[in-house]
Design a protein around this ligand. Structure first.
Ligand SMILES: NC(=O)c1ccc[n+]([C@@H]2O[C@H](COP(=O)([O-])OP(=O)(O)OC[C@H]3O[C@@H](n4cnc5c(N)ncnc54)[C@H](OP(=O)(O)O)[C@@H]3O)[C@@H](O)[C@H]2O)c1
Length: 262
């Protein structure tokens, strides 16, 4: 009998992360659940153990704190049972660019990009060595849309997409699957955490539907999964346009339109 890999999920105390935890428990995976709110994690762990008879460990950590992050990195490096990392913890942005404090900017970027990257970097060498495993990074369609007025949050999510594409190129030849999941508005606490009543949004996906769709993409080993995108060819067109643009980058000379006095 093969043992299923343990799934390490950040931001597992609520929303998308808690739903991933439930779905992977139902599939029979042991879990390591990470977030700051230990009480909520303990409750979820007890319920999932009871319902699905899997081992669920809870690790209380604030991913913006270097000391907490390095404990998690060590665990990801050393624990050979961990085969799937769900890099999900994230916060959104409250207010526009002019309303941001230095501290809020730092926290947002640290959690959404630095912590996510460091955790992926901690687990990747071991997965590559064993030629198996998966890293799932939760991005957002906001990463495509500067028009949404969430410039810093969107920039962190554009980072997550780019990082995932790059990691996939580097790691998939070594047997490691990388997936970027890009939700749009999803009914979770992220909204009330930034002072928005989710019920005022025109369209919202239920979190179970989002995660189930993301797992369809996961099972298909899709690199970029965008559950709310109804016309898949739009993504293919964007990728085609990007590659077309790259084919017209000539490194040795500036384009004619930038020649002095042109
Ligand atoms: N909901 C949406 O509409 C939507 C859309 C696109 C993308 N996303 C992305 O989906 C991911 C999950 O968000 P969600 O919607 O499920 O929101 P959520 O319900 O607010 O969950 C966020 C999770 O991150 C954890 N977290 C927050 N700050 C943390 C920190 N400093 N250290 C460790 N854990 C921390 C929270 O737990 P604690 O408070 O216990 O630490 C919670 O478990 C995020 O990356 C978000 O950007 C969400």
């Amino acid at each position: 009998m093969t043992t299923l890999p343990t799934v390490f999920i950040t931001g597992a105390s609520s929303g998308i992360g808690a739903t991933y935890a439930e779905r992977f428990a139902r599939r029979g995976h042991d879990l390591i659940l990470v977030a700051r709110d230990k009480l909520r994690l303990d409750k979820l762990a007890a319920r999932l153990h009871e319902e699905s008879n899997v081992a669920v460990e809870v690790v209380q950590a604030d991913l913006t704190r270097p000391a907490d992050l390095s404990v998690l990195e060590t665990r990801l490096r050393d624990d050979a049972r961990i085969g799937i990392l769900i890099n999900n913890a994230g916060i959104a942005q409250s207010g526009g660019f002019l309303a941001q404090s230095a501290e809020a900017i730092e926290r947002l970027i640290t959690l959404n990009t630095t912590a996510l990257t460091r955790l992926a970097a901690a687990v990747a060498p071991r997965l590559a060595q064993s030629g198996t495993g998966a890293i799932v990074n939760i991005g957002s369609v906001v990463g495509f849309a500067p028009e949404f007025g969430m410039s810093i949050y969107g920039a962190t999510k554009a980072f997550v997409l780019f990082l995932s594409q790059g990691l996939s190129l580097e790691l998939s030849p070594k047997g490691v699957y990388v997936q970027a999941v890009l939700p749009a508005s999803t009914r979770t606490e992220i909204w009330e955490r930034v002072g928005i009543d989710v019920n005022t949004l025109p369209e919202v996906m239920e979190v179970g539907e989002l995660v189930d769709a993301a797992l369809v993409g996961f099972d298909r080993r899709e690199l970029v999964t965008i559950p709310p995108l109804h016309v898949a060819e739009r993504w293919d067109a964007l990728e085609g346009a990007r590659q077309g643009l790259m084919s017209d980058i000539r490194q040795a000379h500036a384009a004619e339109r930038y020649w002095p006095n042109a």
